[in-house]
Write a protein that binds this ligand. Structure first.
Ligand code: FMN
Length: 446
């Protein structure tokens, strides 16, 4: 992470905040403001704790592209290539930086870390920028994913993992086998490792290979102190834990990516078995809430690229996919494709509905529609759709777990085929040709 901080500082995308900042609400307010003006990432150097806190690192699409070293036109191809060219991890040789300081037993104290309470209705301080390492207890395949953790006390955290996410699946399997589930929250890693968390590559994928592919170099891993997991050797902090499903406590509320507070409810806890960190470790925070927040920025590029890759395998004439911020980068998917036969657009819609995103709306348009401009998509829905023929509802699909408006976990998904009718003459689009190249110095900007 430190190399990325240097890059951001050099490009004016990271500013130091030297005055003291309250972890209770003020970090949240600062991030909301920075996000609203697409401002820089913030490094809070005085945090009511011994450690600095960096936040908003991936708070804008611009910084995400800096992290990927890509442009809007190269980004999807870059991610797709990385998924197709995985690079396995290496074992770090020698004592890893992330274990320069090791805290065990009574020395473990989460309250000494700069963990903000982002907004007044949150249930407490939340670790929001951690990536969780866990393993499938049968296969040993590791998974990394972003998951939120509420501080319940110096050594106890509340956790939430949706049942369709791998951490949740790993917990459920360990419970069924009656064996402990070990995990590690890793804070402060290089950008490609955190973005790798959001790549959708199936339950059998070893995410370290994806992170390596994205980085173009292996992730160096070190064994945890209190378990057998492997974590990035250069991480700033590692919080090792075991999941305790017998000790359920109230977790939440937390302002979430849907733009709503998730209600408080009983959830399993994580018992911390070790905290390790780099000397002078830099903690990381991020704001999640009504779109657009850093949560959405972290998801959008990996989700779009990996779902595009999945769908193109079956529907090669899909040109692009947009998973919009307004839909929380989950509920609303727009696909640009040229159907090869009657009904193919509908099949593409069904395939997208069946993805792990669990979208509520899937719209397919022809590739002449710019799927990143909502007005263009609405134009297609207005004049290339006969509702009775082109709109359909698949009832009782599983909803996104944090959707505030569901029927006990079920929802429904709406498909809209807004492509021109297949094999039928359709009126020509009336657009003045060549206007882009027309010389008009009176209004052309230099
Ligand atoms: C900042 C952030 C926080 C997240 N928090 C949670 C969470 O607390 N619980 C959860 O189930 N998913 C959470 N997610 C979503 C998962 O990390 C994400 O969907 C991931 O792809 C899960 O993939 P996996 O099933 O391959 O592990 C979060 C995502 C981001 C970007």
């Amino acid at each position: 992470m430190r190399a990325f901080l240097t890059v951001l500082k050099q490009s004016g995308e990271l500013v130091d905040i030297e005055r003291p900042i309250s972890l209770t609400y003020d970090v949240g307010k600062a991030l909301a403001k920075a996000s609203a003006v697409e401002g820089p990432a913030l490094l809070f150097n005085k945090t009511e704790s011994a450690f600095p806190l960096v936040a908003g690192l991936y708070g804008t699409r611009k910084r995400a592209l800096i992290a990927f070293e890509a442009t809007e036109s190269s980004i999807h191809e870059k991610v797709t290539k990385a998924i197709d060219n995985p690079i396995g991890p290496l074992d770090f040789v020698g004592p890893p930086p992330c274990q320069e300081i090791v805290l065990l037993g009574d020395d473990i104290d989460l309250t000494k870390l700069p963990v903000p309470i982002y907004s007044p209705k949150d249930g407490g301080p939340y670790i929001t920028a951690g990536i969780v390492v866990s393993e499938d207890v049968d296969t040993g395949i590791p998974d990394i994913g972003n998951y939120r953790f509420q501080l319940h006390g110096p050594r106890v955290l509340g956790l939430f993992s949706a049942s369709n996410h791998r951490f949740g699946k790993n917990i459920a399997k360990a419970l069924a086998r009656n064996v402990p589930l070990h995990g590690a929250i890793v804070i402060g890693v290089d950008p490609m490792t955190i973005f790798a968390c959001q790549v959708q590559a199936g339950d059998a994928s070893n995410d370290w290979f994806i992170a390596g592919g994205l980085r173009g170099a292996p992730v160096e891993l070190a064994k945890t102190i209190s378990g057998n997991l492997k974590v990035p050797a250069y991480a700033e902090f590692v919080i090792e834990f075991t999941v305790d499903s017998d000790d359920q406590r109230i977790e939440g509320p937390l302002g979430e990516y849907t733009g709503y507070y998730t209600p408080a409810s009983l959830k399993p806890t994580a018992k911390v078995t070790a905290i390790t960190h780099r000397r002078g470790g830099i903690f990381q925070g991020l704001l999640t809430g009504k779109p657009i927040t850093e949560n959405h920025i972290l998801k959008q590029i990996p989700f779009e690229a990996s779902i595009l890759r999945q769908l193109q395998a079956q529907f090669p004439t899909i040109a692009d996919i947009a998973i919009t911020n307004s839909g929380g980068v989950q509920a609303y998917v727009v696909i640009a494709m040229t159907p090869r036969y009657e009904g193919e657009a509908r099949h593409a819609i069904l395939a997208a509905m069946a993805s792990n995103l669990h979208p509520k709306w899937v719209v397919v348009v022809d590739p002449d529609v710019d799927i990143r401009k909502s007005a263009e998509v609405e134009w297609a829905m207005s004049f290339r759709v006969k509702p009775r023929e082109d709109v359909f509802i698949i009832d009782r699909t599983a909803t996104a777990p944090l959707d505030p408006y569901t029927d006990g976990g079920y929802s429904g998904s709406v498909g809209i085929d807004a492509t021109r009718p297949y094999g039928v003459e359709f009126p020509e689009v009336s657009e003045v040709p060549d206007w882009r190249r027309f010389d008009l110095p009176e209004i052309d900007r230099p």
